[in-house]
Design a protein. Structure first.
Length: 74
């Protein structure tokens, strides 16, 4: 049910964006891109803080990039 509400809201937003001038659409895209970058940056910072806490608790051990890649690819 939540997905259909989100889809309906998305449709409303897209329709509203269609009514903007080309310049306003470009500005909207720039604003959304900056917000996405900021969100990704915040998520990455949170991941790094969590990894540091895990390392400090002894839950993680130092390793080499080669071992990490081997584990990822296995």
């Amino acid at each position: 049910m939540k997905h259909s509400k989100t889809s309906a809201k998305f449709h409303v937003v897209v329709d509203a964006a269609d009514r903007l001038s080309p310049e306003e659409q470009e500005t909207l895209i720039a604003v959304l891109n900056r917000r996405l970058v900021a969100r990704r940056r915040a998520e990455l910072a949170a991941d790094v803080r969590e990894a540091q806490k895990e390392f400090e608790r002894g839950a993680l051990r130092p390793t080499t990039p080669e071992k990490i890649m081997k584990e990822i690819l296995s």
